[in-house]
Write a protein that binds this ligand. Sequence first.
Ligand code: HEC
Length: 108
Amino acid sequence: MKNLLAAVALIAGAGMFANTASADGLALAKKSGCLACHAIDKKIVGPAWKDVSDRYKGKNAKAELITKVKAGGKGNWTEVTRGVPMPPYSPRVSDANIEKLVDFILAL
Ligand code: HEC
């Protein structure tokens, strides 16, 4: 199963089956509880993920965003959220799934 997931991630990374990958990303976000506060293209409690992607795309921010999802925090979107913090997700969401979620968001 792990190998299969790795293969799927590789294929998705290559840009093939991108729709399947984003459907998986969205399903994982839903399952993980992210969609209570986030949507792809509008602010809910947290910033729209499309805006997150636009801000960080090409800036090598993946590790920083993974840390933020794991540990939570605030301060990067205060103008959007008025200072509401993002809750910590580690360990209730696995490291592997947090990485998948961040990849999904950055690819939007
Ligand atoms: C209780 C509401 C809430 C939930 C649930 C939530 N978030 Fe957030 N999220 C926020 C807020 C608020 C911010 C803005 C934080 C800031 O200002 O730095 C944020 C910011 C982010 C950012 C941008 C971080 C940055 O520093 O720019 C990412 C990526 C993100 N969330 C991903 C996720 C993922 C993935 C999940 C599910 C595992 C999730 N969020 C669940 C409220 C939430």
